[in-house]
Design a protein around this ligand. Structure first.
Ligand code: CA
Ligand code: CA
Ligand code: CA
Length: 488
């Protein structure tokens, strides 16, 4: 029999306990509601549990745990008195688990992962109503430590501090397998510097993963990639309806000997509305490679993306804004609109804006996977200076790896959907309001049709030929930045 355990059946209506501390024994220091649904017991539930000084896991498996099939609410600490949920070295130690339903969880402190796998966490195997964390969610060295995880949907997750990845794989994360209605990170007081989503050294650490749709998300700080692959970012399989990131999107860096991909990112099935209040900045390639460091990618489409600051890519690791322009139901227009509207208020250096590209970058495909030869880009407005930037719809760079040269070709081959011969890849409108800087290498606005390019504060239209596949000229003489329409 485990020591220090409250095991119950039926209902634990309302209870207040001082502190829950796990020990070395398995399931020591626990409040454990029976899952037995046989004739002798009813499936147990907890109404409202208040733990005044927090929950701490020990070295025993499942030590320091609150478990019940159904939980109404669990509150740690009180308003002024902080209390943490802390994982130990034991697996699943320091945890609150609602096996079939978890209502409201309030942690007036931090959720801190430990060395144990799944330690320091709030888990529901069905649904979660609300999780509110006054402090931070902090990953530990254990895999999936420091986590809010729901197999199902969640109505609201609010973390007033940071979500911070640790050294453990998938540590410091929020993981919802279905949909999340509302996410809040940080609070709006301008003097506060928290509210960040920060990747760690662990793969997939410091990450928000949503298997369905995310309706509304406000991040008051920044998203910062770590040194682990796939760290520091948001991955939504369905739609992001509205994401407001008030700070920066900062890519992570690769360490000596490492090739690192996807750090500091937002990826989604589609992005309806997204605002970046600060800058988008690529990290440092200190190793053997860096890809998708500061990347925004949608498999279907990006309807509207506004960047209030600047985009600061690197000549060898450009920042990425990409969408494939395919999906079910199909995107707008011809069914191939990849990026409908992109506005960047600041300067842009070394950015790839890619229509028709799906998936994420990897070693053999640093731009992602060329997917849709019919991709459409609506409007791209850059209010600051532009340098080293490609704007591409439905085109691959060819063997030379550069856009704007004679071997540029329509997307075809493995991973691509069939080309519709009646639809032509098109960039409708590019507005470059400040200086077009001179590139050392060639960069391009490239598609089968580029309709309108306006340059300078007075919006002087570049003289383009009517029709498709017939333009190849510099945006500004001598700039090494060209409009190129590929043959139709
Ligand atoms: Ca080329
Ligand atoms: Ca076509
Ligand atoms: Ca033309």
């Amino acid at each position: 029999m485990p020591t220090g355990q409250i095991f119950f059946t039926g209902t634990l209506g309302a209870a207040t306990v001082g502190e829950i501390i796990g020990g070395s024994g398995a399931s020591s220091g626990t409040i454990n509601g029976s899952s037995n649904t046989g004739t002798a017991f009813r499936e147990a539930n907890i109404g409202n549990l208040h733990v005044l000084r927090g929950i701490t896991g020990g070295s025993g498996t499942s030590s320091g745990q609150v478990f019940a099939p159904t939980i109404g609410s669990v509150v740690l600490g009180t308003g002024p008195a902080t209390a943490d949920l802390v994982g130990g070295t034991g697996g699943s130690s320091g945890a609150i688990i609602g096996d079939s339903r978890l209502g409201t969880v309030v942690i007036n402190g931090n959720i801190e992962g430990g060395d144990g796998e799944n330690s320091g966490g709030v888990f529901s195997n069905a649904s979660l109503k609300t999780a509110a964390v006054r402090g931070s969610v902090i990953g530990g060295s254990g895999e999936e430590s420091g986590r809010i995880a729901v197999i199902g949907s969640a109505a609201s997750v609010a973390v007033l501090g940071d979500i911070q990845g640790g050294t453990g794989k998938s540590s410091g994360t929020v993981d919802i397998t279905r949909s999340l209605t509302k996410l809040t990170l940080g609070h709006q007081k301008p003097e506060v510097s928290d509210g960040n989503l920060v990747g760690g050294a662990g793969e997939s650490s410091g990450k928000l993963s949503i298997g369905g749709k995310m309706d509304s998300a406000l991040i008051n700080g920044s998203i910062k990639g770590g040194t682990g692959n796939n760290s520091g970012g948001i991955a939504v399989t369905g739609e992001i309806t509205n994401l407001a990131l008030r700070g920066d999107l900062e890519g992570g860096s690769s360490l000596a000997g490492n090739t690192t991909a996807l750090t500091g990112f937002v990826t989604a099935g589609r992005i309806a509305q997204m605002t970046v209040g600060g800058d988008i900045k690529v990290g440092n390639n200190g190793g053997t490679g860096l890809a998708d460091s500061a990347a925004i990618r949608a498999n279907r489409d990006i309807q509207s993306l506004l960047v209030r600051g600047s985009i600061l890519g690197d000549i060898s690791t450009p920042a990425v804004i990409a969408a494939a322009g395919i999906g079910a139901p199909p995107p707008a227009g011809t069914g191939d609109v990849a990026i409908q509207r992109l506005v960047i208020d600041g300067d842009v250096s070394y950015l790839n804006i890619l229509g028709g590209y799906g998936g994420n970058a990897f070693a053999g495909a640093p731009l992602g996977t060329p997917t849709n030869a019919d991709a459409q880009i609506g409007s791209v407005v850059i209010r600051g200076d532009i340098l080293g930037t490609n704007i591409v719809a439905g085109v691959t760079s060819g063997a030379d790896g550069r856009f704007g040269t004679a071997d540029d070709a329509l997307i075809t081959g493995q991973g691509a959907v069939p080309d519709d011969p009646t639809v032509f890849s098109t960039i409708a409108r590019v507005v470059l309001q400040a200086a077009v800087q001179t590139n050392t290498d060639l960069y391009a606005i490239v598609a089968q049709a580029v309709k309108t390019v306006l340059v300078g504060s007075d919006g002087t239209p570049l003289e383009l030929s009517l029709g498709r596949g017939n333009d190849n000229e510099p945006v500004v003489a001598g700039s090494n930045f060209v409009v190129r329409e590929i043959a139709v």
